[in-house]
Write a protein of this length. Structure first.
Lengths: 349, 202
């Protein structure tokens, strides 16, 4: 049987003139196109990984140059140190209390040293020493990792100093603290001119602008003290304290746009080799969402499903959209509840 | 380093420098080809292929500085992809199926034999035609960038040289030249397959 459109393929050997290419390609048909949604998901994840790697590489290159300079500087310092080692005016070095984990815009060093004449801009990875701090009044944002493990995120328009491992001085502006349960029983203290906020294993925001101190609590407990009075704030509470001692309490959501600036400064989650449950706990915690599973099977599977790839550079929504379809589940977000359920077109196994 | 691989290396160098256009070019050039590479080796498991290709590309990007242009970038990416496919099977505690691959001599032979049987209409012949179709598509994916697209546009969509030139953002002469090179590359690839099949028979 012969079909006019069916090519008559040559017996071997193949002809040299290439005339068979057209019939051969028509027989094979077009190559399978990859569904657009798959391509979009993978592209978002791969782009994020590429950007992350580019940033890491830039820092390494900068570090490489810096090392050369540092070696030279170290030799000079060694000479200076030998010259002044017996000088009683030389004080013991101050401790590093935190590290700059993320930056956006210009973030200046607030130095306790009177000798610091020029403003210094921070770079990622820079340490912050005892008594020093950060200044974002020119529009920057910063995330600090305290030596004890807590995350402190600094909003625009803020001056914050680190007095000790567990004591911060908020001169003005807004910070978000995620104690993360990493400091054991040690209480973190945020001091302002109006009062002091002390956390008891929690996540909270402190804003001190003008003469008003405002504390919003996402989870755990924060105790706000002024003179001899103290007020406890629970999850969803907002307390505002003014210089005259008056307190206003109201309820605020623990998720949504008001917290977005702090979420944007969260340390990226390292997806590779982690369980789906770890990822969901992280993203729910960072966004103030309650995590729920459609059933116990989905929850159990989340513990054993191991993830691969990267979500760096993605927003929470993009991260969920990139990760969940690859493991057969989907999400619904309503009123701060993140519900994980089997995807409509697949199985969660 | 061949001229071809120098252009691959140039793309990689631009990506290492943070060039967004280079990333776009890289992804658009290799994603679909890698996906098809993976999906045929994963028993047409589309979700698995997506996972494997995403991991492949992320890991390759993390090692991008080690690409020295000594092989085609696609070949280099396929090395990562093969590893991820094996890891995928291991994670799911499955044994890899025997998937027909262009470089597997028995499959090359079967596909070439189907060249002479393509007009027949029995079940065996239909299977062989499918194998041949896969082989042609894999060959197109293995050709240098844009060659496969240009051949598809020319022979399947029957676009004119001017239309192809417009899609490639080239002048008509440059497009004609690219088509000539694409045809030659396809002929060479099939000649290599042919030689491989004959060697296997001996």
């Amino acid at each position: 049987m012969s079909d006019q459109r069916e090519p008559g393929f040559p017996k071997r050997p193949l002809p040299d003139d290439g005339d068979y290419i057209g019939p051969l390609l028509r027989l094979a048909g077009p190559r399978e196109a990859v569904p657009a949604d798959r391509m979009r998901r993978v592209k978002a994840a791969v782009r994020a990984e590429w950007r992350h790697q580019t940033r890491v590489r830039s820092r390494r290159i900068a570090l490489g140059w810096s090392l050369g300079v540092c070696v030279a500087a170290a030799l000079v310092l060694l000479g200076v140190r030998l010259a002044v080692r017996d000088d009683p005016a030389v004080q013991s070095p101050r401790h590093d209390l935190a590290t700059i984990e993320a930056l956006s815009g210009a973030v200046r060093l607030v130095s306790s040293s009177e000798r610091a004449a020029e403003p210094t801009l921070f770079q990622i990875g820079d340490p912050i020493r005892e008594g020093d701090g950060v200044d974002t009044t020119s529009g920057g944002l910063a995330a600090l990792r305290l030596a004890g493990g807590a995350s402190v995120r600094v909003d625009q328009g803020t001056r914050l100093r680190l007095l000790s491992e567990a004591t911060l001085a908020l001169d003005e502006g807004t910070i978000y603290v995620d104690a993360g349960g990493t400091r054991g029983a040690r209480t973190l203290e945020v001091r302002t001119a109006v009062g002091v906020a002390r956390d008891i294993g929690t996540r909270f925001e402190v804003r001190f602008i003008g003469s008003a101190l405002r504390v919003r609590v996402r989870d755990g407990l924060v105790r706000l003290s002024q003179s001899r009075q103290s007020h406890d704030a629970n999850p969803g509470d907002e307390l505002t304290l003014d210089g005259n001692g008056s307190v206003v309490r109201r309820t605020v959501p623990v998720h949504g746009a008001d917290w977005a600036w702090a979420v944007a400064l969260a340390r990226p989650f390292d997806l590779e080799g982690r369980s789906l449950r770890d990822f969901l706990d992280w993203i729910a915690g960072e966004n103030g969402w309650q995590l729920r599973f459609a059933d116990s099977t989905v929850e159990q599977n989340s513990l054993t499903t191991i993830l691969h790839g990267s979500i760096q550079g993605l927003t929470p929504d993009e991260a969920l959209s990139a990760v969940l379809p690859t493991v057969g589940v989907e999400h619904r977000l309503e009123n701060g509840v993140l519900l994980i359920q089997p995807s409509a077109g697949g199985t969660n196994n | 380093m061949s001229e071809l691989y120098q252009s691959d290396k140039a793309v990689v160098d631009r990506m290492l420098g943070g060039d967004e256009a280079a990333f776009e070019h890289f992804f658009d050039t290799y994603f679909s080809r890698l996906y098809r590479f993976a999906v045929t080796r994963l028993d047409n498991d589309a979700d698995g292929a997506e996972e494997v290709v995403q991991t492949t590309l992320c890991k390759a990007i993390a090692r991008l500085a080690t690409y020295r242009g000594e092989a085609a970038l696609f070949t280099w990416l396929c090395t990562f992809c093969r590893h991820e496919i094996s890891a995928h099977y291991a994670r799911h505690q499955r044994t890899a199926h025997e998937i027909p691959l262009i470089e597997d001599a028995p499959d090359v032979r079967a596909a070439l034999e189907s060249l002479g049987a393509a007009n027949a209409d029995g079940p065996d012949e239909r299977l062989r035609r499918r194998e041949l179709a896969n082989l042609v598509q894999v060959t197109l994916d293995c050709l240098p960038e844009r060659y496969g697209d240009a051949l598809e546009w020319k022979y399947m969509q029957e676009l004119s040289v001017h239309e192809i030139a417009a899609r490639l953002k080239l002048g008509p002469k440059a497009a004609e030249s690219l088509l000539t090179r694409a045809r030659q590359a396809f002929r060479d690839a099939f000649a290599a397959v042919h030689a491989g099949a004959e060697a296997w028979e001996r």
